[in-house]
Design a protein. Structure first.
Lengths: 494, 498
């Protein structure tokens, strides 16, 4: 038995403990949930570490290899994603310890479903074949939908039902594509599929179905309309998980298919189409974010905008052009940075809701003096979303911009910069309110310390991510699909 | 040690910022202690560095972020000019700000001093940046860290000032980002180098390089307040006096001017700039800004607005100096970076004192003010005379070299601009001096409260006095070693080399 069995723990642990959580009540809920969160995060980090030290981990479940059995695979990309879900998941969990009322019905429902969702996400990241990808995608959706409804408001239930329908549509479309590919090529394993796939009609139809289905789930413009209501009406920790991790996971699935399963296909035109949609997302999402009245819808539209940047990797990362591999590293860096910053922004919004009972931007006047640390955290997350140094968002955007210049696709560069300017507008719209002097007789308020400092931790992580770029890229470089010749691994470590 | 010193200097202010954010609002004593200790430590470290660099020691810190992207902090003679200015003025402004925030009973002192230190940390890093990438990183950081200071008071006009400030500077920053990425995609990784690094690319990329140059100048021109990009500067006047000092003397506008200096001398290089034919345009823009700023200053009754337009005008002396070819003009431009800083900060301290002690904010209210606040107004008079360029003070040294440089370079029209600007300077500064000393007060001024002997709180009195003395010293002792003038001669010697 090799050490590759460590791969299953980030999935098995939350799934198992989540099931246990259904059964227990009382004080032990908090203890066990904390243990589950720490355990899941540590096992995820462990995989990350091992992959970085050795190389891609491959685990054949039950000893049965592909094409018959299930193969779990963790390469550099998986490791980065696991590290991300470990960090963000852990902070969300710690935050949730005080967010939900102790021993309330919501708390009892939240923990098992959240652990299920987390386990599903980790499963998605380590899936080695397209069918398991489907199963874990469904698991994630099934976790996300009840969590949105957990808010209990009319809006939340409406939004979660809409999300349910669209997620199912997406999954069905994806599954149909999987069926076609299996029928035509007889394999499900991602790597094997990449080797045997030929550019014929079936392959293109399957590609369209799969990518199309996933685009709905990733909320790429113009299929983004379900996202703002769903993400803004959910409880804050759930919003953080959805915007931070779930959307990123859907994008991950697309990138996985694109660069691993379909490299043999002629994708140039499709990549331009996706790039255009990405541009639409950046501009439309940013514009809508400026116009929102509520903090959480603003942050949700910001997600729509930022997701657009990720999709620019498809037109920008053109393997024929030397140096465009930088788009791939830029995109993943951007995804990680966005996930952390966005989770932080939602968690900060949650603190405001908890303290003031609302998140109407115009009524948050003077919050900067009353809740300085949370405001600081939101501002730092904002710095990352705007793509200012030294955040990961800055370096990610820089690399994408550079790829736009290297490949001569200037238009994307212009859109990226405009998206950044829109982000300035919507972030500072909020910060201006925070900076405004509060009314003289405003009541004194206080936020729970656990929530405040967990938000601040994520904020610091988002802003200082730029300094960890070498580490992140050297992990990402393990069995990278894109030739990363544009950076030499030995030059990466400080 | 040689690698760590350039990191240590920005780090002193960064550490100050981080500590201050976690000191309780009420704990004034500890905050003051941290502020002053670290600011003094910084001045000492800079002094150490100055001595080292003058002995030709190399101080360089490099952190590889990813391939082709290095954070480089490198102490050369040029960067030390700016570092020295900001370190010295940080200490002075901190002392002033401690007094000012106490007297005016501002809120959120923790936030104020935290971001104040962060600004200075960013500024020193800008000064020490060894390549454009590092420069941009800290330049943007400076923009963000300044916002909470500009909007500090939280009133509607402060919020509006903050918004205008951001619109200008972040727009400029976005332009810089594009220009720098573009430039890097042509030349690859490259550090600042005396004489520039673009000589191999001039012929093949002439058009691109010209466009990039324009974008860079416009991007930096926002902070350097080149007309018509200066609009934010007069609006930002609503900020507290120490912030105005920071904007006008310690950090922000200097960062913009410094960026242009770096572009012209160490990225493009004087020769390439001449080849591309961009220097006359830059000189024309600077000359126009000099005259325009002065003319606008004439008509301002609001004291701080008048000073702001004066800054617009004075900064372009620096840019003019870089735009004219030849060592003498370079000396004049560079030394003005330092001189403008100490002269302008004196004036803003004075403006702050008048507003705090007597609530005087307009020039028309200043009749006879010299009798009530003699030391403050004496400091102002010194700075004003220096600005006009009366020998032997700081401003004269700059103008002298600029004019001489222009004549040597065969550009006599610059002398006309300088003369015109001098007359205008006199026209908007001398009436203030005249009113203060020679006119009868319109109303009786409030006497100092509670039997205080001094005209104002000592923390508010010592800084302008000190900087005013610096203004005189920079002129009188211009020939001594380590004076700003001698230091810029050292820089220029390296730039034009044997």
């Amino acid at each position: 038995m090799t050490h590759s069995s460590i791969l299953i723990w980030p999935v098995l642990l939350p799934l198992f403990l989540g099931t246990v959580m259904f059964l227990i009540r009382g004080r032990s809920v908090l203890l066990l949930s904390l243990a589950a969160a720490v355990g899941t995060a540590l096992t995820s980090f462990n995989v990350c570490r091992i992959v970085h030290q050795s190389s891609t981990l491959i685990h054949e479940v039950g000893g049965w290899g592909a094409p018959l059995g299930i193969v779990l695979r963790a390469d550099g990309l998986t490791a980065v994603m696991l590290g991300l879900s470990g960090l963000v998941g852990l902070v969300i969990s710690v935050y949730s310890l005080t967010y939900f009322k102790s021993n309330s019905r919501k708390e009892h429902l939240f923990w098992p479903i959240w652990l299920l969702l987390w386990g599903g996400l980790n499963g998605l990241f380590i899936s080695g074949d397209i069918f398991n990808l489907y199963v874990t995608l469904e698991l994630v959706s099934l976790g996300a939908i009840p969590l949105i409804a957990l808010a209990g408001t009319r809006n939340a239930i409406k939004a979660s039902l809409r999300y349910l329908l669209l997620a199912l549509l997406g999954s069905m479309s994806y599954l149909f594509g999987v069926g076609l590919l299996y029928m035509r090529f007889g394999v499900l394993d991602l790597v094997m599929l990449g080797n045997v796939i030929t550019p014929d009609f079936t392959a293109y139809v399957a590609l369209a179905l799969m990518i199309g289905g996933l685009i709905i789930k990733a909320a790429l413009f113009p299929m983004h309309f379900w996202l703002p209501p769903a993400h803004s009406s959910a409880p804050a920790p759930v919003s953080a998980a959805l915007s931070g991790l779930v959307v990123t996971a859907s994008f991950y699935a697309i990138a996985r298919l694109w660069f691993y399963a379909f490299p043999a296909l002629e994708l140039a035109k499709l990549s331009q189409l996706i790039g255009l949609l990405g541009c639409g997302a950046i501009l439309w999402g940013g514009w809508q974010a400026i116009r929102q009245e509520r903090l959480k819808t603003l942050v949700a539209y910001s997600t729509v905008s930022q997701i657009g940047y990720l999709f620019l990797v498809f037109p920008l990362c053109n393997t024929a052009v030397e140096g465009s591999g930088i788009a791939w590293s830029g995109c993943i860096l951007f995804a990680v940075s966005h996930a952390i910053a966005k989770a932080c922004a939602f968690l900060a919004a949650g603190v405001f809701i908890k303290v003031y009972g609302h998140d109407s931007i115009s009524k948050l006047r003077g919050a900067g003096r009353q809740l300085p640390m949370v405001t600081l955290a939101f501002a730092l997350a904002g710095v990352s979303l705007m793509g200012l140094p030294p955040s990961g968002g800055f370096f990610g955007k820089w690399m994408l911009l550079k790829a736009a210049f290297v490949t001569g696709q200037w238009g994307y560069g212009v859109v990226m910069v405009c998206g950044g300017l829109l982000a300035f507008c919507y972030i500072f719209r909020v910060l201006e309110q925070f900076m405004t002097a509060p009314d003289e007789n405003a009541p004194k308020v206080k936020a729970p310390a656990v929530m405040t400092y967990s938000v601040l931790l994520l904020a610091v992580a988002a802003v200082s991510l730029g300094f960890f770029t070498p580490v992140l890229l050297s992990v990402l470089g393990v069995d990278s699909p894109v030739s990363l010749v544009s950076f030499a691994p030995e030059a990466l470590l400080p | 040690m040689n690698a760590w010193l350039p990191v240590l200097i920005p780090a002193t202010s960064l550490i100050a910022a981080l500590i201050i954010f976690f000191i309780k609002e009420e704990n004034r004593g500890l905050r003051t202690f941290v502020n002053l200790t670290l600011a003094s430590l910084k001045v000492l470290l800079v002094a150490f560095l100055v001595v080292g660099v003058s002995q030709n020691k190399d101080y360089r810190f490099t952190l590889a972020l990813f391939y082709g992207f290095e954070l480089v902090l490198h102490a050369d003679a040029l960067s030390l000019l700016f570092v020295g200015l900001s370190a010295l003025l940080w200490l002075v402004t901190t002392i002033y700000a401690i007094g000012y925030l106490d007297v005016s009973q501002e809120h959120d002192k923790r936030r104020f001093f935290g971001f104040f230190s962060l600004c200075v940390s960013a500024t020193t890093s800008i000064a020490l940046a060894g390549n454009l990438f590092t420069f941009l990183v800290f330049y943007e950081l400076l923009t963000i860290a300044t916002y909470p200071l500009v909007a500090h008071r939280g009133g509607p006009d402060a919020i509006k000032a903050g918004r205008v400030y951001l619109l200008y500077t972040l727009g400029g920053g976005a332009l810089l980002l594009v220009a720098i990425v573009w430039l890097k995609s042509i030349v690859g990784a490259a550090n600042f180098a005396t004489g520039g690094m673009l000589i191999p690319f001039v012929v093949s990329h002439q058009t691109e390089l010209t466009i990039i140059f324009t974008m860079l100048i416009v991007g930096f021109g926002v902070k350097a307040a080149l007309v018509p990009l200066h609009g934010w500067l007069p609006v930002a006047m609503v900020a507290p006096a120490p912030v105005s000092a920071l904007l006008h003397a310690v950090a922000v506008v200097n960062a913009g001017a410094f960026g242009i200096i770096r572009i012209v001398y160490d990225v493009y290089g004087p020769d390439v700039c001449t080849q591309l034919g961009v220097r006359p345009w830059l000189a024309a823009a600077a000359a126009f800004t000099i005259i325009y700023g002065s003319v606008r200053a004439l008509r301002q009754d609001d004291f701080k607005r008048r000073l702001a337009y004066s800054t617009v005008s004075q900064l372009s002396y620096i840019i003019l100096g870089t735009a004219i070819i030849g060592p003498l003009a370079t000396i004049g431009g560079l030394v003005h970076l330092f001189h403008q800083g100490i002269m302008k900060i004196t004036m803003f301290f004075v403006a702050g004192n008048l507003a705090e002690e007597l609530h005087i904010k307009k020039v028309s209210q200043m009749n006879g003010i010299g009798r009530r606040m003699p030391i403050t107004m004496a400091a102002f008079s010194i700075a004003a005379c220096a600005m006009i360029g009366i020998p032997p003070m700081a401003g004269f040294i700059s103008k002298w070299h600029l004019g001489l440089g222009a004549i040597v370079a065969g550009q006599e029209w610059v002398v006309v601009v300088l003369l015109g600007s001098t007359i205008l300077n006199a026209a908007y500064f001398l009436p203030i001096v005249y009113r203060a000393w020679f006119k009868e007060p319109d109303v009786a001024f409030d006497p100092p409260p509670n039997g205080r002997k001094l005209e104002i709180h000592p923390y508010l009195l010592i800084p302008p006095l000190f900087t005013a003395l610096c203004v005189i010293a920079a002129g009188i002792f211009a020939g001594m070693p380590f004076s700003p003038l001698e230091w810029t001669k050292l820089i220029t010697l390296k730039e034009y080399g044997p």
